[in-house]
Structure formats: C-alpha cells, structure tokens
Design a protein around this ligand. Structure first.
Ligand code: UD1
Ligand code: CA
Length: 470
C-alpha cells in the first residue's frame, strides 16, 4: 500500500442482547476478545494506527484490549476515543476525526465483527486506492435480514446504502448488503462526516449516509463483494457467539489438517491461541489448546486433554484427561515421554527425554532429568529430579512450610519408596533408596538406604474391643 492506513474500530455500542455485564466486544472467541481480533487484524495489515471508539463500559474495554506485539518495525499506535452519548455509527466515527491525520486512508471496522481477514481488507484498500470510497458488501443471493441495503444504478454504480428500517419494500428485496466495513481517504471522509444529519427513522447519525454525500460530490464509490459470511458476521447474542466460535475453530482445524495434522474430529477441537504442529501429529477428540503450544513430530494427544503454554517434543504420548498448563513459566515435555492419563503438569514443569508421568501425578516448578519416572498418585513441587529416578506411588514433596517454598533435590538413580514425604529443603544423594512410608527431613546420603518410620511390632492374641450389651 502506498498510503498510510488508520483504522477506526467502532466499539461503543451496548450489546444488549448478550445480556451480560461484560461489554460485548470483550466477549471471547478463540480465547481472545472480539475487538482484539479486529486490532490484531489491523496489525497484520501494517496499519499506522488504530483508534477504538468506546462508550458503554469504556474503561473495561480500554483495559481489556492491547497492542499486539510486532515482529519488526514500529508497533501499532493504539488509541481510544470516547463517544458519549452514542448517537449512531456516523457520530462514532466523527469522534475520531481529531486524531485522524489527513494524509491517510481511514478503514472503518466493527469491534463485534471479529473474523474479518487481512486479505479481504487489502482488496478493499486496493479498491480505495487512496482516492475512492470503498465498501465491503455481501451478497449470497438470499434475504439480507435487517442489514443496510446497497442501492445501485442500472449501470451497477453504487448510489447509496439504505438502512433496513428506512427502506421501502422494493429496496428490502435487494440481496446485497453492507458489511459495516469501509475505506476512504481521511480528507474526503471528514468532509462527508461533517454533512451527516440524523433525519431518519432511528434519529441516528448513520455512517452509511457518507455514500450519498460521496455520490453527490461526484466521487466514485466502489464495492468489493464477498460471499464469505463468516468474515462479516457480527456477534449480538450468545447464540451467534457460539456459532462463530465453531466457524473459527473449523477454519483452524482445516488449516492444521491441510498441514497433515490428524484430528479425530475437527468438530470436537478447540484452539484458543497458537498451535504449531510438526509432522504426523495426532489429536483425539475434545482437546483444548490455549496460549502458545508446540507439538513436535509424531506427538499423540489422547482424548479430553487441555494443553496450555507448553512445548511437547517429538514422539511424546499424552494419554487422555491430562491437564498441562505452563501459564507464564511454560511447560516442557521432552522427547519420547509418556504423560497421563489424568496427569497434571503445572507452570515450570520441565521434563527431559523418556520421562514417565502417570495417573494422578502433579508436577509443579520441577525439573525431571531423562528417564525419571513418577507413575502413580504423586506430587513433585519445587524439585530437581535426576536421571532415572523412580519416584514411588503416593510420595510427595512437602515444599511449603506455611510461609516459604523450599527445594527438594533428588539425585540420579534414587529410588523413592511408596508413600514417602520429602520435607524440603532436603537432598537425596545419588543412587540412594528411601524406604516406603518414610518421612525424610534430613539429607539422605548417596548410595544408602534411608528409612524413617515406626518400628514394626505385633501383639500376639490381640482381642478387639467387643460391643457392650444393654
Ligand atoms: C450497521 C450499518 C448497516 C450494516 C450493519 C452491518 C449503519 C447506520 N448501519 O448497522 O448498514 O448493514 O452495520 O453489521 O452504520 N456503534 C458505536 N456507536 C454508536 C452506534 C454503534 O460505536 O453510536 C458501534 C457498535 O458498537 C457496533 C457498530 O458500531 O460495533 C455497528 O453498530 P450497530 O448498531 O450494530 O449497527 P447496525 O444497526 O447493525
Ligand atoms: Ca450490528
């Protein structure tokens, strides 16, 4: 593009039909706020700035959105402008006029239309060419509902947009409708905005009236027509949000399958962030991926797993019902490891190669070296676990003394017997063995057997208490 693009995102409306205390544009789709999708799309277009028009829930909206990180160059300038009260879409864009430079093209987007794609907007900007008013319209040949209709002259020239509530029956039969997306040179748009009136059935300042003013001023109006309803679909109700979520997930699933990922069922699959997959990855039904997740070559994820902010290396098998959440610290599962079923890996869990984490085992902020195993019902928190350690069923690190967290160090080849409690800070020397049921409060020497438990004794002929009569 040879001209700078400044994006205006309209997000001041109430969203009454969501019946929610949360502003509509902050409702999430694919794990991201609706309006965040729009801002991120603007960033991918290399827009110069984004102005978000806020009104209802303005403070929440402004706090809930952010500038996406950019790989190179200038970060996107993100600004907020308040619209108080909300007198229509034209009035909304009027509020942005003082912050829109005259040398740019203004691209108007809706904060509640999240799945618009950069490619479509590029086409629109090309049609604008820095000179014309360009509209994105939709025509699927079917009834256009309550959307604004595009009115064209017999030669096809766009003449006006008429809102459904103001349209005649004949106009309502038009199947081409306005998507809510337009691009125009800032200077011209400002002159048209200055001419808007609220002389219509809703008493609002309609942005769509700029079309009439452009035509009246002798400026050509161009329209790009799409039949991809997903890209222009707005969210007004929980039903529409859920439908669009499925459409979004289906597109994400299709992209992954096109790369060779085998999804057991693309309809039962959710990505709420970025999922990067190597070759021959298999994902069973009902898995959810959040944040940034990398799955290496040949990884298999069983049914009903939730995986967030984690790197899973080649050949790993995650068995069903496993919950992995790296949050900000991340989780790493080394090549060839087996995890689950019913395992939980928390922030800072770092597993080496060929590690086994079995059912009902929880690992937090701990490093497990290659070949370490914790197969049943165990807790490892704030621990450093050496190679080939075998950590017995029911054992736990008592890492918290009620005030501070302490580390447990288990050196290579240690065997921790079942149901042991390792009271941190404590170190188990290499090759040592801890007898089952021990409570270890002092460092255990390398190569030794350490047992800390009550002495066994028996009472011969022991009579159990009997129930008293009467
Ligand atoms: C608008 C268009 C209509 C088009 C439809 C596509 C107008 C007059 N009509 O209608 O032609 O077919 O979008 O979805 O533009 N907003 C504000 N401030 C306001 C009013 C609205 O910020 O004062 C925001 C809303 O939050 C929303 C967007 O503008 O994000 C669109 O508003 P909405 O009321 O949904 O417009 P429609 O009547 O649906
Ligand atoms: Ca709408």
């Amino acid at each position: 593009m040879t001209f700078p693009v400044d994006v205006v995102v309209m997000a001041a409306g109430k969203g009454t039909r969501m019946k929610s205390l949360r502003p509509k544009v902050l409702h999430r789709l694919g794990g991201r706020a609706l309006a965040q999708h729009v801002i991120d799309c603007a960033a991918r277009l290399s827009a110069r700035s984004v102005v978000v028009i806020t009104g209802h829930g303005a403070e929440l909206v402004e706090a809930g959105l952010s500038t996406p990180p950019v790989a190179e160059g200038e970060p996107l300038a993100l600004r907020y402008v308040r619209q108080e009260p909300q007198l229509g879409t034209g009035h909304a864009v009027q509020q942005a006029v003082p912050v829109l430079p005259d040398d740019g093209v203004v691209l108007v987007l809706n904060g509640d239309v999240p799945l618009i794609e950069p490619g479509t907007l590029q086409q629109l900007l090309q049609a604008c060419g820095g000179q014309h008013l360009a509209l994105l319209s939709v025509d699927t040949g079917s009834d256009a509902g309550s959307y604004g209709r595009l009115l064209r002259a017999p030669d096809g020239a766009v003449q006006a947009i008429v809102e459904f509530k103001d349209a005649t029956d004949a106009q309502r039969r038009t199947t081409e409708w306005y998507s809510g997306v337009m691009a125009a040179p800032a200077r011209l748009l400002k002159s048209w905005l200055a001419q808007l009136t609220n002389n219509n059935s809703q008493g609002e300042y309609y942005l769509t009236d700029v079309v009439r003013h452009a035509v009246a001023g002798g400026h050509g109006v161009r329209a790009i027509v799409t039949d991809d309803e997903v890209q222009v679909a707005g969210v007004n109700s929980p039903q529409q949000l859920a439908e669009l979520e499925r459409a979004y997930q289906r597109r994400a699933a299709d992209r992954l399958m096109a790369q060779g990922v085998r999804l057991a069922d693309p309809a039962r699959f959710d990505v709420r962030g970025e999922l990067v997959c190597g070759q021959d990855v298999e994902i069973d039904v009902n898995c959810v991926f959040e944040g940034t997740v990398e799955l290496g070559q040949g990884v298999r994820i069983g049914a009903h797993c939730v995986v967030a902010n984690a790197r899973i290396d080649a050949g790993v098998v995650i068995h069903p019902f496993t919950h992995i959440d790296g949050d900000r610290q991340g989780v790493v599962v080394g090549a060839g490891s087996l995890v689950g079923p019913f395992a939980r890996l928390r922030p800072g869990a770092r597993l080496g190669a060929e590690v086994h984490i079995g059912n009902f085992v929880e690992v937090k902020n701990s490093t497990l070296a290659d070949g370490a195993k914790a197969n049943h019902l165990a807790y490892l928190g704030d621990a450093t676990v050496g190679e080939r350690v075998n950590y017995g069923a029911g054992s736990i690190t008592a890492n918290y003394d009620g005030a501070n967290k302490h580390r447990t160090v288990i050196e290579a080849d240690v065997h921790v017997g079942s149901n042991s409690v390792l009271v941190a800070p404590v170190t188990l020397g290499a090759g040592g063995t801890v007898g089952a049921g021990s409570v270890i409060t002092k460092d255990a020497p390398a190569g030794a057997l350490s047992v800390v438990r009550g002495k066994p004794f028996t009472v011969p002929g022991w009579k159990r208490p009997a129930k008293k009569s009467g």
